[in-house]
Design a protein around this ligand. Structure first.
Ligand code: OOG
Ligand code: NI
Length: 458
């Protein structure tokens, strides 16, 4: 594992060191803002220690305990293509590249006027050293299902008049990107500025404007109702999410009523399981129509935890998506416990119960290695990305109002090509990254890689 260095006087801090320090710095900041996050991290640490004590080899099959203990994902939301391009520059300083395109609009379950990508390291050693990733959403203000022409014009004006990322931050970030790091004084300054932009602002919120956007969507208000951005949540990784769920509940923290993604079952863990606790009331100040400023609260930020499994091939991903549809059909009207039982039944019907069979069936990604005796061993590749349906579920369960949208209107076009254009950088396809890693490991041993059919729908 590469050594992760903190900024110390006189040192050059490389990209990995910057990323690790950035994740720590955001974590420290967020812990002071949202104390329940610290509880979540404590419980995750406790659970991880127990899983390690029970079987350290099995616990580390999808990442070393050092990686898992430091592992976090964040979520942020921005308003405009310019802000998205700028945040991409900030993340580039930390070796985090855009991966995947997620369209969370227009689903029956949610009213989310956003599209998203994830910024993360892509090389295996960079992920092993520190996999910090940020799910990043951008508002789609010209989508008529959500914003009429008048509201769009006002919103665009409002967003155009704010500055989230100042020139000093952007310049330092560009320098860190091109030099592969920074000397310590500049590294400290970059970390300070890059942390500060994601702090919750104490500037009063214009109540009428915020409420107007809330009628469209709580997410629209969170993004476009204020003059700054903030971390929405930071998510630790846990090795046993069911144990964590129970323990948080015992501590009196009310979790959402289901774990998103695959069920707990006896076969291989695939993709990603996530759960969250509901957004907490946080003190915010409001400016009323008469200009007076009053104290109030907003429920926007929440806590989330995740357990990561094996990355699925396009074929495996397609199966996963079909299994979720089957679960929906078979669990209509059922409560969370019964729904979980249906999930387990569907999993048993469709998915192999061992990793080996999962790889043999071309459903899961792996790398191949020779052990000391010369025998070939396959190791699972961990899933490093997000799931749009789980994301929509996490968003939805944390919005107090469902918002409103007009499905008779045409949505505006947003796709991977659009994302690439506004970010001005390569947006990687997650499935291609896993496939390339698998192929490279076979080729390194002079073996033919198993053929991988098709591409996953992101
Ligand atoms: C992002 C919600 C999605 C995840 O882990 O799927 C997400 C947000 O709330 O901004 O973080
Ligand atoms: Ni999240």
């Amino acid at each position: 594992m590469s050594e992760v260095t903190g900024p110390t006087a006189g040192d050059f801090v490389d990209t990995i060191g910057l990323r690790a320090a950035f994740a720590r710095s955001l974590s420290a900041m967020y812990g002071t803002e949202v104390p329940a996050y610290t509880t979540l991290v404590d419980v995750a640490t406790e659970v991880n220690a127990q899983v390690m004590a029970a079987d350290a080899m099995a616990a580390q099959r999808l990442g070393t305990i050092d990686r898992v203990s430091a592992e976090r994902h964040g979520a942020i939301r921005v308003g405009t293509p310019t802000e998205l391009r700028q945040v991409a520059q900030v993340f580039a300083a930390f070796g985090m590249e855009p991966v995947g395109f997620y369209d969370l609009r227009g689903s029956a379950a949610t009213t989310l006027p956003i599209v998203s990508t994830a910024f993360r390291p892509i090389a295996r050693d960079a992920l092993a050293a520190n996999p910090f990733r940020v799910f990043t959403s951008v508002l789609v203000t010209d989508d008529r299902r959500y914003f009429d022409a008048e509201l769009q014009a006002e919103l665009d004006d409002f967003l155009a008049s704010r500055e989230l990322f100042g020139p000093e931050l952007l310049d330092l970030a560009a320098k860190a990107e091109s030099s592969g790091g920074l000397h310590s004084a500049e590294a400290d300054r970059l970390l300070e500025l890059a942390t500060a932009v994601f702090e919750l602002s104490s500037e009063p919120v214009d109540r009428a404007w915020y409420e107007r956007l809330t009628t469209v969507s709580g997410v629209a208000a969170d993004i476009g109702g204020v003059r700054s951005t903030h971390i929405n949540h930071l998510t630790p990784r846990v090795l046993d999410i069911d144990a964590l769920y129970d323990r948080m509940t015992e501590r009196g923290i009310s979790m959402i009523d289901e774990i998103q993604g695959p069920p707990r079952w006896e076969g291989p863990d695939v993709l990603l399981r996530q759960t969250s606790f509901k957004a907490l009331a946080e003190p915010r100040r409001f400016r009323e129509a008469d200009g007076s400023v009053v104290d109030g609260t907003l429920n926007v930020r929440f806590g989330e935890v995740e357990a990561r499994g094996i990355a699925l091939t396009a074929k495996g991903r397609d199966l996963y998506d079909r299994m979720l549809i089957e679960v929906d059909e078979r669990s209509e009207g059922l409560g969370p416990d019964e729904k979980h039982q249906v999930k387990v039944a569907v999993w048993r019907e469709h998915l192999p119960t061992t990793e080996e069979e999962l790889f043999d069936a071309g459903l899961g990604f792996c790398t191949v290695h020779r052990d000391a005796s010369g025998a070939l061993r396959r190791e699972p590749i961990v899933y490093e990305d997000f799931l749009p349906r789980s994301a929509a579920g996490i968003f939805a369960s944390n919005l107090s109002e469902s918002g409103s949208s007009d499905s008779a209107q045409q949505g505006s076009v947003r796709d991977l090509a659009w994302l690439r254009e506004v970010i001005g950088r390569t947006v990687h396809d997650p499935t291609d990254l896993y496939a390339a890693e698998q192929v490279a490991s076979y080729e390194a041993l002079g073996l033919d890689a198993p053929t991988l059919a098709g591409r996953a729908v992101p």
